[in-house]
Write a protein that binds this ligand. Structure first.
Ligand code: ATP
Length: 478
């Protein structure tokens, strides 16, 4: 399938099935903002829950935090965001279209179009100002204003008077909340180095060119850990975290061939980082960053110690020394993970339908992530006894699993709807159910069906979710 086609199909599926909508759509939308619909919010919550379970609960050396989005403005001075959280902005003098300068150069270079404006050496490409003197706007052919630095932080004001002193920022990353609360956690949570603080939350960046659906938006969610280590052990933990994070994605079913680690070039590294890799996913629009893992050294804590005047040293009881810890930061995007998970799970299969061969679209999502675990579907909706029985089963299962009840349309259509959102099991009841209290379970991936007793339904579904072999759990329906 052509890759652009795949992305369009996924965007359409997301809209059609209530996964993702454009924000403020009835007002014409707003660039770079999206909403998660009834299915989307379940999927997103499952991703965050899987991360929290695996990174916090199951580890024991990582504790959680939920810091506020708006913080003291000095936080952003100390972190360097006020001075240098910028992207190069290029604007066409003629049509005033704006571009992220580095992205435009890369795009022109990759498509061979940069050469049409003169051959540039690697060194010349890095000098954006001179490149933009020579290239023309791809939209109208007009000349460019020289690129300028554009700060990505959204500004707002705190309190009723919009004066300079009350100015604040929406956080562009969750990480700084962790650094600022590091002392509090140290003093109250009985943690000892090495330990981490994890946080999931919204971040805001006024991106120059949001795009690729929810890949680059202006409001998004991050899952970040700051893992504090003794200087000198940082290289080991940096390598460990690269492995742990890659294993996490693979554990959620992401295919090995679609994910890789890319080491940052020396000139790509942030000034404070000793080393950094991106975890990249093979999106339909090319390999792109899913997560960054950086060795941030002691930069952040030292900066906050300097600006706040508070002691952020760590007393090592074993060695009776005080030091500022180094920090390893795995920083992942919830939204990018969500779209990667959908791309990876999307599959089209030719199946035998009522009217011959048809295509079924199925999201083969990992069981932990599937938004709906069980669908309950009466075979015929015009038979009240069947509807009543199906509703009884639905109400029973609702107590244990995320379920959906659906009696609209043919059974084939209802299966397709459930396949498209990755529902793991469909339970159907029919006339036989009324006679012997058994139901049919249909497995999403194989479409095989087994017959089981209603009495055992809850336990059997539990076993399926725990990856027990489907066909061993009931009598195969031919
Ligand atoms: P990019 O180079 O793509 O702009 P970045 O390197 O600036 O990303 P980080 O600052 O490392 O991103 O942020 C960590 C993670 O947060 C990213 O790996 C990504 O998953 C997520 N993220 C960052 N910016 C955005 C955005 N505009 N929209 C959605 N997710 C984002």
């Amino acid at each position: 399938m052509p890759e652009t086609n795949l992305m369009l199909k996924i965007i359409s599926l997301c809209k059609r099935r209530g996964i993702i909508y454009q924000s403020s759509e009835i007002y014409g939308g707003i660039g770079g903002f999206y909403d998660y619909g009834p299915i989307g919010v379940e999927l997103k919550n499952n991703i965050k829950k899987a991360w929290w379970e695996d990174m916090v609960w199951k580890r024991g050396d990582v504790v959680g935090l939920d810091a506020s989005i708006i913080m003291h403005p000095l936080v952003w001075k100390a972190s360097g965001h006020i001075d240098s959280f910028t992207d190069p902005l290029a604007e066409c003098k003629n049509c005033h279209l704006r571009f992220r300068a580095d992205h435009l150069i890369k795009k022109l270079k990759d498509s061979g179009k940069l050469d049409e404006h003169g051959i540039f050496t690697e060194e010349e490409v890095k000098d954006m100002e001179s490149v933009f003197q020579k290239i023309k706007c791809p939209e109208c052919g007009g000349p460019f204003v020289p690129p300028r630095k554009f700060n990505l932080m959204f500004k707002t004001s705190v309190g009723p008077v919009e004066e300079e002193g009350a100015m604040a920022y929406l956080r562009p990353e969750t990480a700084q909340g962790i650094f600022v609360d590091y002392r509090n956690v140290l003093d109250t949570a009985r943690v000892k180095i090495p330990f981490g603080i994890a946080q999931i939350g919204k971040a805001f960046r006024n991106e120059i060119t949001p795009g690729n659906f929810i890949f680059r938006t202006r409001e998004f969610e991050q899952m970040e850990i700051e893992y504090f280590v003794k200087p000198g052990t940082d290289e080991k933990f940096y390598q460990d975290w690269i492995k742990w994070r890659l294993d996490w994605y693979l554990g959620l079913g992401i295919r090995k061939e679609n994910i890789k680690i890319r080491e940052h070039e020396k000139d790509e590294l942030a000034h404070y980082a000793k080393a950094c890799v991106d975890v990249e996913y093979k999106f339909p629009f090319g390999w792109s960053e899913l997560e960054g893992i950086a060795n941030r050294t002691d930069f952040d804590l030292k900066q906050h110690q300097k600006f706040s005047g508070k002691d952020l040293g760590y007393f090592d009881e074993n060695e009776k020394t005080v030091y500022i810890p180094y920090v390893i930061e795995p920083s992942a995007g919830v939204d990018r993970t969500l779209i990667a998970v959908i791309v990876d799970a999307y599959s089209e299969e030719e199946v035998e339908g009522v009217k011959g061969k048809e295509t079924r679209v199925v999201l083969k999502l990992h069981k932990r992530l599937a938004p709906i675990k069980v669908a309950v579907l009466p075979l015929l909706s015009n038979r009240q006894e069947l509807v009543d029985k199906a509703k009884e089963i639905y109400h029973l299962l609702q107590n244990y699993f995320v379920c959906q009840y659906d009696e609209t349309g043919s059974i084939g259509r209802r299966y397709r709807r459930m396949d498209e959102v990755g529902t793991i099991i469909s339970v159907t009841c029919d006339f036989q159910t009324l006679e012997d209290n058994t139901v049919t379970l249909r497995d999403r991936d194989s479409m095989k069906q087994i017959r089981v007793e209603i009495q055992k339904l809850k336990d059997i579904i539990q076993k399926i979710l725990e990856e027990e072999e489907f066909l061993k759990l009931g009598k195969l329906v031919k």
